[in-house]
Design a protein around this ligand. Structure first.
Ligand SMILES: Nc1ncnc2c1ncn2[C@@H]1O[C@H](COP(=O)(O)OP(=O)(O)OP(=O)(O)O)[C@@H](O)[C@H]1O
Ligand SMILES: [Mg+2]
Length: 507
């Protein structure tokens, strides 16, 4: 049986009444009850205790659902109530499709019930888990607080696009027009404006200017979603636009500053400068930084049929900072190479490979030289690092202002984590940067260009100089992070000693 439509109906009703969705245990009770399972069986299948399911969550759930559905429901009769609601929704939808579309403002009430929608290449979110808090926050910003410009930021693969589609689906009844566009192919501003205006004007206008767009954002309530904004941002300067795309800055500025009744939501791995400037002063401009969602991550693993205890599943999710894309990629590997066993995979201690490496590679290649240096230092240091520590490590010396700028840029790109004035990386990112450093150093050794080695020579271990220690270093396991750091330090020391000897000789 496909429970999705019924679960969605329950979720929609709960959200409408209480601003939240079913949590894991509640969802298990709903699905179990739809299958006519006993509380005992539901508890057994979902891993919760029977008394918790029967006496605590169950009664509260039926009470809440009775309120949300507007009639008294229980474990045995809620199906009928749900079916009635589904039918009602379907008939409303059919009725709305019969209403003719017209751009005339007088017909706004009609348009409200038949919002025009163009989902472009929006991803399928029929399997979407968790994110209740984020969706509730965004809903509040857009509906109650009437935000005009909302940025959904976060590292690649964390779930921005999926979240934007889900949100648009939830809010669809509130908007007369919904248009979702990906900027992944870097359309020039004019192309995007033509596309948006054509849609928002019901094919009546092809004028491609920002003023015209604002006109339509004023005359109807529109939700415009621009996905992958980072594509048109400059690789070198964080938050700035690639040459030829500066007009997008103006677009965001005008959308954020001018009064209108619509909302433009964008997703990006990096924060555009306009958002940074206006979110402080303009209450109608806000940013939500998406972090990994453990609920979504665990649910995702569940669907992949991997074998492992809840603890192992949690360990796997944490290892990848609940990054859904990373976990999807890893899950495929565990299915193919580890016979679905999470435990066997975890034993391997290899975090970064294949698709995830490519994902991070894309992000890393966009960084400036200083940003890359900061990334290397944070990866070497492994722990939370203060600005002063970082400044000490970086050779040649740079000013605190430049370092802060680089840190701000990396934070904007979701590559580092910030806590008061200390910084670190997510484990997945750290592992990748470490690997990259080792590969880079190996290349430098091969090319006899020792700059990188000496830059990182602060790790020098004086007591381990000499060729016997070099041999020991090469015997260490370079796949194990701590051993690799040690091995690197030894190699660096040996090479530096050789360099000093060579300099003495030449004098
Ligand atoms: N809440 C969720 N439940 C289930 N799957 C999800 C959820 N969020 C994201 N996913 C899945 O995880 C993968 C990565 O998500 P998504 O593409 O939204 O990430 P993103 O942050 O937009 O990444 P990028 O910066 O590369 O565009 C997708 O396959 C998506 O379908
Ligand atoms: Mg995306």
């Amino acid at each position: 049986m496909d429970f999705e439509p019924k679960l969605s109906t329950v979720n929609a009703a709960l959200f409408e009444r209480f601003g939240r969705y079913l949590n894991d245990v509640e969802a298990a009770i709903i699905v179990g009850s739809l299958q006519r399972l006993t509380y005992e069986k539901i508890a057994e299948d979902s891993g919760y205790s029977e008394s918790y399911v029967r006496r605590d969550v169950g009664p509260k759930l039926w009470k809440m659902l009775s309120e949300a559905l507007g009639e008294q429901v229980s474990k045995t009769n809620f199906q009928t109530a749900l079916e009635r609601r589904l039918l009602l929704l379907e008939s409303k939808e059919k009725a709305s499709q019969l209403i003719p579309l017209t751009p005339d403002a007088d017909c706004k009430t009609q348009l409200l019930s038949s919002s025009r929608q163009d989902w472009g290449e929006a991803v399928d979110v029929s399997l979407f888990y968790g994110r209740q808090n984020e969706l509730a926050t965004l809903t509040q910003w857009i509906l109650q607080d009437k935000c005009r410009l909302v940025a959904l930021l976060g590292m690649g693969g964390i779930g921005k696009s999926a979240c934007s589609v889900k949100l648009a689906q939830i809010l669809q009844a509130e908007f007369e027009f919904i248009i979702w566009r990906s900027l992944a192919n870097a359309p020039p501003l004019e192309t995007l404006l033509t596309d948006l205006i054509l849609f928002l004007s019901n094919q009546q206008s092809i004028k491609a200017d920002i003023g015209q767009l604002i006109h339509y954002l004023r005359s109807a309530r529109c939700l415009v979603i621009l996905d992958n904004l980072e594509t048109i941002l400059d690789a070198e300067q964080a938050g700035q636009y690639s040459p030829g795309y500066e007009g997008y800055g103006e677009l965001l500025r005008v959308v954020g500053e001018t009064s209108h009744k619509s909302c433009v939501m964008l997703t990006s791995r990096e924060k555009p400068a306009e958002i940074a400037t206006f979110e402080g002063v303009e209450l109608a401009v806000r940013t939500l930084q998406l972090k990994g969602s453990q609920e979504a991550a665990v649910a995702l693993l569940q669907t992949k049929g991997l074998v492992g205890s809840p603890q192992k599943k949690q360990a796997l999710c944490e290892r990848y900072s609940n990054n859904l894309l990373a976990l999807k990629i890893v899950a495929t590997t565990i299915q193919d190479l580890f016979d679905k066993s999470i435990e066997d995979f975890l034993k391997q201690d290899t975090m970064v490979f294949n698709g995830i490496r490519r994902l991070l590679e894309q992000q890393f290649n966009r960084l400036s030289a200083l940003e890359q240096t900061v990334m290397y230092q944070l990866a070497i240091n492994r722990e939370w690092t203060t600005i002063d520590q970082l400044q000490k490590y970086i050779v040649p010396t740079i000013s605190k202002a430049r370092l802060l700028e680089a840190l701000e840029a990396l934070n904007g790109r979701s590559l580092i984590e910030k806590k008061s004035s200390s910084y670190t990386q997510q484990p997945l990112v750290m592992e990748y940067v470490n690997e990259k450093l080792v590969a880079q150093v190996a290349k430098e050794i091969a090319l006899k260009k020792l700059s990188l080695l000496f830059t990182y020579a602060f790790k020098l271990e004086a007591s381990m100089l000499g060729s016997s220690s070099l041999k020991a270093a090469l015997d260490l396991n370079w796949n194990e992070p701590n051993q690799r750091n040690l091995a690197l330090s030894i190699v660096l020391s040996v090479l530096e000693q050789a360099e000093t000897r060579a300099q003495h000789k030449s004098h």
